[in-house]
Design a protein around this ligand. Structure first.
Ligand code: FMN
Length: 187
């Protein structure tokens, strides 16, 4: 069976990002039925509706690339109880021109990672609000608000403890089933 292609969007642009480390861990832990690939968002110019008729190359490339994926996984920090601007910008860029959103119908999931105790709950749920209007069927369970991220990874960037690794494995395997059930061809 050809694996379903999943775009992984990391909300942080920081080099040593905990969220990027989590994204890389999920890439490695995914079952064979899905193939996760990180799609970079840091080079996207800010969305401006005036440019819809003559989109910047980076927007066009991002939209074209996203079209080739069967699902989308967001791994995001929380900035001021919401998602970072870079992530919101990528969502907006992908959603236009009107009627041609690259997100439409793609099964999705959200995991938030924070050094704080609340695990980015606010960002996770703000993001879900956008995903409703974008028609991304988003996995509800298991909820993934990963706190205390400063202790989560070892020196090589891998998840350091067994229970967190088991949770990440369960999350990405459940997502694979979610993608299978919610793929447009199956509905
Ligand atoms: C502008 C800004 C706002 C932040 N707001 C929050 C917040 O609301 N909640 C939270 O848990 N952490 C907040 N943080 C701390 C981030 O969770 C922390 O910097 C984290 O490491 C960012 O994720 P990353 O490691 O993937 O880059 C904020 C950080 C920045 C730079």
């Amino acid at each position: 069976m050809t694996p379903k292609k999943i775009a992984v969007i990391v909300g942080s642009l920081r080099k040593e990002s905990f969220n990027r480390k989590m994204a890389k861990a999920l890439v490695a832990l995914a079952p064979e039925s899905i193939k996760l690939e990180i799609v970079e968002i840091g080079g996207l110019p800010l969305y401006n509706q005036d440019l819809d008729d003559k989109p910047p190359t980076a927007w066009a490339e991002f939209r074209e690339r996203l079209k080739s994926f069967d699902g989308v996984l967001f791994v995001t920090p929380e900035y001021n109880r919401s998602v970072p601007g870079a992530l919101k910008n990528a969502i907006d860029v992908g959603s236009r021109p009107y009627g041609k959103s690259v997100w439409d119908g793609k099964p999705g999931a959200v995991i938030s990672v924070s050094p704080g105790a609340v695990g980015g709950f606010g960002a996770n749920h703000h993001l879900r609000q956008s995903l409703v209007t974008l028609n991304v069927p988003t996995m509800a369970q298991p909820e993934a608000y990963i706190g205390n991220a400063a202790n989560l990874f070892d020196k090589s960037g891998d998840i350091a403890d067994d229970s967190s690794r088991e949770f990440a494995t369960k999350f990405v395997h459940t997502f694979a089933t979610w993608v299978e059930i919610n793929s447009p061809s199956k509905k």
